[in-house]
Structure formats: structure tokens, C-alpha cells
Design a protein around this ligand. Structure first.
Ligand code: ZN
Length: 368
């Protein structure tokens, strides 16, 4: 694998009208530029990812991701990034604008496949709008069938691009222009309608959002001599929850809520209690493959609401700790989670402190 992914995030975005540059604005649950970083990582096509930014970026833990300072103009940022990698042994380089967070991994793979026989591969779309242009103060018609709108990621044989970029002194708005200005061949492939550029604030709402809801319920008996786990953490208590796993009713209810919203059956189908291998499994380990599926299929958790039904432990005392734990396990903010406590007037098994039950409702967003 000898590909490098350069993410251009140094632009000022004047049309976005915000103090926070658009690349760093929150978009579908994370900073806008992170959508591109995550997709590049997930594609496994790249040995290295270089983010070009004029604002320091912290909190990126992946070793293959590096941040470097950009230039004033876009083409200068590209040059800086190419200089930064010139002594590394990359065969190909992908250049991408952080303002296009909605490309698919499929597009990355298609670009990569086309690089085998070409030095430059660029995605484009056509327009359905009637198009005019102005010349000598007069408006003329333009045949829209002849128009190509180029997108990024664009990918190149590194040596070819480096040579052109190094000798270029003109402002170019993308690397495809550089190839065209020098009469070099480009392979154009079909881009994606959703891969639009976010320029103004209204572009942030361009994708359609679909909502999915899931409900979950669980109950386990309390027994002496077992540790109590709720929401993924150990809670000091005189008894613990009996079960094939650690009996964490909160995580089990959330898992069923998530599976429900994704329309993927239930926890019992996924983790049958007759499987010896699953004996004493910790519930965070049951949740993590479901979180992977959720991410892979493009769902985002909007919020989770939980009813913990028990006489004791008192929810007001453990609420903060449980919400912190859930926010880590579900990779969402604490303000997306609510935990309510409910007693049952001392009625039945729960009232006699012999069982704990939990119900949870989960709302997922899906952008298309
Ligand atoms: Zn359970």
C-alpha cells in the first residue's frame, strides 16, 4: 500500500460567515473535516493521512495521521503537503477538500482502481440546470452537456503531480486544472451527487435525515456474591445481577434499543445464552460489535433515554458515573443521554430488592 491522503483544511471559508472555519464546525456528530479522515482510515487504502490546517488540531490518536500548516491559497497548501511527503516512498497521492465530507468509501476505491492505468483520476458530475455565461456584457447560452463539475478526492501519480505543482506559480482551484493547464491526460470518472461542497451554512442541511427509533427492556435477578454492573461500570452494592453475562440491564436494554432501531432482531439472537463461549461475558464487549455495525452502516445516535427500575441503588447517586461511562461506550456526548430512576412502591420482586429492570429508547439518525 503506497497511497497518501492529503486533506486540505486550511481555507478561510469567507462565504460560511462564522468565526469557526467551516472545516471545524460540527456536522453530523463530529467536526466536519473528521468525516474525511475517518473514511480515509476506514478504507484502509492509505499508509499516511496528512491534514493541512492553519488551526492546531489535537485529539487525533491515530499514528498514521499527521497535521501540517497550510499556505495562504489552496494550491500553496497542496505544495506544502507535497513537499512534506516528497522523501517518503508513496506511489500515489489523493488530494481532498475538507469541505466535501459526504463522499463514499466506494468512490475512494473506484478512484484507486483507476489509478493503475492512469496518472490522474478525477471525479465529476454534470448539471441539470440551464447554464449561461457573460462575455462582453452580454449573456450567452452554454450547452450544459459540455459542462463537467469536478469534485475531490482527486488522485494522482505522486511524481507527475509533484513535478507540475513545483513548477506552478498560478492560482489553480484544483489539481485537475494543473494537469489540464499542462495538457496532461486525466481519466474522468463519475462522481457523487451527495459529494457536494459545503460553502454556506444552508449546505449543512442539504442531506436528508431519516430517523429510526428502537426500544429495549431487560430484567435480571439480584443475587448475593456477585458484582453489580450497570451502564458498563461496577457499582458498590450488596448484590449483583444474575445472568449468563454480567447481567448489566442498562447495556442490555440499550443494545436491544440499538438493534431495534437498526431493524436487526434482538440481543438473544445475537448472544444465545446456551453458548458456553459467552459465559460471563462483560456487556461492553457485547455492545462494541453493535457500535461497529452502527458506524459502518452510517447511523448516528441522536439520543438515549433510560428508565432504571429498582428500589436501590439510588439513581441520583450513580447517575453521573453511569452517564460518563455510557458516553464513552456509545461515543456520544453526555447531553445526548438521560437516565431516570423509577421505584415500584415496594411491589413484587423489584420492590423487594430482588431484581432490577431497565427500559431504554434510542433514536438514530441516518443521512442520505
Ligand atoms: Zn440482560
Amino acid at each position: 500500500m503506497t497511497n497518501c491522503f492529503i486533506l486540505l483544511a486550511a481555507g478561510k471559508g469567507k462565504r460560511f460567515k462564522s468565526n469557526n472555519p467551516k472545516q471545524f464546525t460540527n456536522y453530523i456528530n463530529k467536526p466536519l473535516f473528521m468525516h474525511s479522515v475517518d473514511k480515509a482510515l476506514e478504507s484502509r487504502l492509505f499508509k499516511s493521512i496528512i491534514i493541512v490546517s492553519n488551526i492546531p488540531i489535537k485529539n487525533i490518536r491515530n499514528k498514521s495521521v499527521k497535521v501540517i500548516k497550510g499556505g495562504k491559497e489552496r494550491y500553496q497548501s497542496t505544495q506544502k503537503a507535497l513537499n512534506f511527503i516528497k522523501n517518503r516512498k508513496f506511489k500515489n497521492v489523493f488530494i481532498h477538500d475538507a469541505a466535501r465530507p459526504n463522499f463514499s468509501i466506494k468512490l475512494l476505491k473506484k478512484l484507486n482502481a483507476n489509478l493503475k492505468k492512469n496518472n490522474a483520476v478525477v471525479p465529476f458530475i454534470k448539471t441539470d440546470d440551464s447554464t449561461k455565461y457573460v462575455k462582453n456584457n452580454k449573456i450567452h447560452n452554454l450547452n450544459r452537456d459540455n459542462l463537467l463539475f469536478t469534485q475531490t478526492p482527486q488522485c494522482f501519480d505522486l511524481k507527475s503531480l509533484y513535478k507540475l505543482s513545483n513548477s506552478n506559480k498560478n492560482i489553480v482551484t484544483d489539481e485537475a486544472s494543473l494537469f489540464l493547464n499542462n495538457n496532461k491526460k486525466i481519466k474522468f470518472i463519475k462522481g457523487e451527487e451527495n459529494n457536494f461542497k459545503i460553502t454556506t451554512k444552508s449546505d449543512l442541511r442539504k442531506l436528508n435525515v431519516k430517523n429510526f427509533y428502537g426500544i429495549g427492556f431487560d430484567i435480571h435477578k439480584l443475587i448475593k456474591g456477585k458484582k453489580l454492573y450497570l451502564g458498563g461500570i461496577k457499582i458498590p452494592f450488596h448484590s449483583g445481577l444474575q445472568g449468563h453475562s454480567d447481567g448489566d440491564v442498562i447495556l442490555h436494554a440499550i443494545i436491544d434499543g440499538l438493534l431495534g432501531a437498526m431493524r436487526k432482531k434482538d440481543i438473544g439472537t445475537l448472544y444465545p445464552s446456551n453458548k458456553v463461549k459467552l459465559k460471563n461475558i462483560r456487556s461492553p464487549n457485547m455492545l462494541s460489535p453493535i457500535m461497529k455495525t452502527l458506524n459502518k452502516e452510517g447511523y448516528f445516535i441522536n439520543n438515549v433515554d433510560i428508565n432504571l427500575i429498582c428500589e436501590k441503588p439510588k439513581v441520583s447517586i450513580i447517575r453521573k458515573k453511569i452517564i460518563t461511562s455510557l458516553s464513552n461506550l456509545l461515543s456520544i456526548n453526555k447531553d445526548q443521554i438521560n437516565l431516570k430512576g423509577k421505584t415500584v412502591e415496594k411491589i413484587g420482586l423489584i420492590g423487594k430488592e430482588k431484581a432490577i429492570a431497565c427500559e431504554a429508547i434510542v433514536a438514530l439518525n441516518y443521512y442520505a
